[in-house]
Design a protein around this ligand. Sequence first.
Ligand code: PEP
Ligand code: MN
Length: 300
Amino acid sequence: MRESWQERFAEAPDVLLDARRRRTIVPVLDLAVGGDDFVTMAGPCSVETEQQLMATAYRVRNAGARVLRGGAFKPRSSPYAFQGLGREGLKLLAAAREETGLAIVTEVMSECDVPLVAEYADILQIGSRSMENYALLEAAARSGRPILLKRGMMASIADFLRSAQVILSDGNPNVILCERGIRTFETAMRNTFDAAGIALLKQITHLPVIADPSHAAGFRELVPALARIGIAAGADGLLVEVHPDPDNAWSDGEQSLDFEGFAAMMAELEPWIALRGAGLHEENLEQTDSRKSRLAEATA
Ligand code: PEP
Ligand code: MN
């Protein structure tokens, strides 16, 4: 007989879907991530200047984003690359929230920065390079903030689920999983977008799953297609890099959309997002049906 998911992922029992836990909805300000609404998080890779961040915040909000992203602490592959503005960046993010009403997601890289980042952010992002830093996961979990957990670029689904389990075990149920591409032998794209991983996670876990087409692609032309695929695979939202002048961005410019590109993508995605809504409705009906039949059995 085939091994069950419970057996295969026995080290992440609380992350798996069961009769008691069908769907985790993560509250973020007035949003419900993993609920019926599709949630797009967008913004620059790094917070650079007040002008850059404010302009981006207004433009992504007008195009339909609900959460502003932007790194103040940047994990870079090169030690010589821009490392982020730190506390100044966090202050700019908070000011952008104040002005636009958008919630803020930003990365925390080190255990000792957790209290500082948690003071400003609505969602703490754990980056791909930190996914297996359990000390960081535990500290982030204990802050009580929702956690956006990015899949490690070399992490299997089992590794990913174990990291989510660490956060849940530390008493924080508000975990959002994020597929951002994994390393494979393929080098034409920055990473290989694991759409099947999204579909599987949606089938076996109760946690919200979002797709990051930007880091998966590595170049902006591919971002709308990967976003579409992510939605079709069942994602509950997107994390997208947007910059006023991508060619001059301080980090990840090649994969960042400009304002027009982002607005065009969001408009193109509308029918796909509407289809997702229809799918959820069917799922709810199915659940209602199975509840009805259980009820019928119980009362027979
Ligand atoms: C980012 O979101 O800018 C980032 C650094 O992502 P990742 O951790 O997925 O590389
Ligand atoms: Mn980036």
